[in-house]
Design a binder for this molecule. Structure first.
Ligand code: ADP
Length: 184
């Protein structure tokens, strides 16, 4: 079973780790942030609708992101597994995903929480310097993370599918820890 949801605050290193491990396991890396940024570059209707939210550090409305994920998980390459990075980000999205995965017969999955202290996260985001990485937008993204996304940690802990990994170590160390925990 190679199906993983990566949780963690912005700047936790989810994207980097998800990409490395997806290559290693030869499964698709599905990043809602990447899909949205591509839609934005291509100025598709989805991109146009999402831009204002992303620029402010707000979440794109659940319905838009849910449609996007449904379409992506319905593609054939997801049969071998996947890593979901950046989704779900709200309890509503998590409930939607659980129904979707049942429909797709892909219910069995694990959730990995990349745990990183706040001050480290802010420092990393400021260093990264993406368009939406200004100090104000970072602050807002962290607030949104705490209020909307962090509750998913308990949500998945209760379902007993949560694994916590220390994200505050070198990239290689995090990768190795991830490889070790998901095989056990
Ligand atoms: P980060 O690297 O900060 O974790 P992402 O690349 O995952 O950020 O996402 C960038 C932005 O895209 C978010 O701030 C948000 O506006 C939007 N976004 C991505 N995934 C979702 C989602 N599941 N629900 C709502 N908005 C999302």
């Amino acid at each position: 079973m190679m199906r993983f949801i990566f949780l963690g605050p912005p700047g936790a290193g989810k994207g980097t780790q998800a990409q490395t491990l997806a290559e290693h396991w030869n499964i698709p890396h599905i990043s809602t942030g990447d899909i949205l940024r591509q839609a934005l570059r291509e100025k598709t209707p989805l991109g146009v609708q999402a831009q204002g939210y992303m620029d402010k550090g707000e979440l794109v409305p659940d319905g838009l992101v849910q449609d996007m994920v449904k379409e992506r998980l319905n593609q054939r390459d997801t049969q071998s597994g996947w890593i979901l990075d950046g989704f779900p980000r709200t309890v509503t999205q998590a409930t939607f995903l659980s129904v979707l995965l049942q429909e797709l017969n892909q219910s069995q999955h694990q959730v990995v929480n990349l745990d990183v202290p706040d001050d480290v996260v802010v420092a990393r985001l400021l260093e990264r310097g993406r368009n939406d990485d200004t100090e104000e937008v970072i602050r807002r993204r962290l607030e949104v993370y705490r209020s909307d996304t962090a509750p998913l940690i308990d949500y998945y802990r209760q379902q007993q599918i949560l694994v916590v990994v220390n994200g505050n170590q070198s990239q290689e160390e995090v990768t190795n820890e991830l490889k070790a925990v998901v095989n056990s």
